[in-house]
Design a protein. Sequence first.
Length: 124
Amino acid sequence: MVRATIPFLVALMLAVPATAATSADKKKSGSHGAIALNRDSKAVGYAYDFKAARDAKREALAQCGEKKCEVVVSFRGGCAAIAGSGKRLASSTGATRDEAETKATRKCGKDCAVVAWACTKDKQ
């Protein structure tokens, strides 16, 4: 009876790490997005649902369309927001649009409002 139990336990131990690896892969999945901004003119560009972060950043810069545009925030499988008031700007990411906006406005401070937001389609 002990001999019959040992192969079962070995099979069970081998199956557990495979399940853990699958869960880790799921956490890393998701589309990429980015928000670009010209801090002087406040021109904004955003991109979402790209397979690669680099492509999302390039598209956000292209959408922004000005020489001084820079990628302010990038994200994967979620949302991002930028809040600002005058020269103050803050960005944040979150699982939802509301979370990203709340975190960005809180980081920015009093009198700040959301300037831009973007979410991957799986998180809208």
